[in-house]
Design a protein. Structure first.
Length: 191
């Protein structure tokens, strides 16, 4: 009987803060199912990374198995310079590097996701929204997290988006804890 040892990896090695002089946050597109292997390789080489993960449960032959999987399959976020990029390229787990021009925006999005990683908060993958209302969660364990909602009628479904990947995760929340940021207009639906 084959047994597989689960790969346990820290979500964050280093800190989610602006990159030091001469380095930048980049997104690495990895080979399929190699995110954790590349994160481990980065850690061994002293490269700061962030690999957000989410809990998943499956039933195999009437046994419940719980494991973590990457929140954004085939992507890893790293702080790189040309030498570190070459180090990761040698690993054999990379496909390409995505240069991030909006460093502050990426860091804000990653910090929102990191804040949502409390054990009592359930996240699920969802569709990325190109338009929506920007909101902030005002209290509770997600206080300070900003996200996007589809409309004022769906304030209970906050999407934490990573715009460079055009991917998002959904967190369900009490709509009374959500504040809409910026100006908006409510469009009445015809009955």
């Amino acid at each position: 009987m084959a047994t597989h040892t689960p790969v346990l990896i820290d979500e964050l090695f280093g800190e989610l803060k602006p990159a030091p002089e001469g380095q930048r946050w980049e997104v690495i597109h990895t080979k399929p199912r190699c995110e954790k292997k590349l994160a481990e390789y980065a850690r061994r080489n002293g490269i700061t990374y962030y690999l957000p993960q989410m809990e998943s449960k499956r039933v195999y032959q009437r046994r419940m198995v719980s494991f973590t999987k990457p929140m954004f399959p085939s992507y890893l976020f790293c702080v790189l310079d040309p030498r570190k990029r070459q180090t990761l390229l040698i690993s054999g787990y990379t496909v390409s590097f995505i240069r991030v021009s909006q460093q502050e925006l990426l860091l804000e999005e990653l910090l929102n996701i990191k804040l949502s990683r409390a054990p009592e908060i359930e996240l699920e993958n969802t569709l990325w929204l190109s338009e929506g209302l920007k909101v902030q969660i005002m209290s509770g364990p997600l206080k300070g997290v900003t996200g996007v909602v589809e409309s004022h009628a769906k304030l209970d479904e906050v999407r934490l988006q990573v715009n460079i990947l055009r991917q998002a995760v959904l967190v369900k929340i009490d709509p009374r804890l959500v504040k809409i940021l910026g100006e908006y207009t409510i469009v009445e639906e015809e009955r």
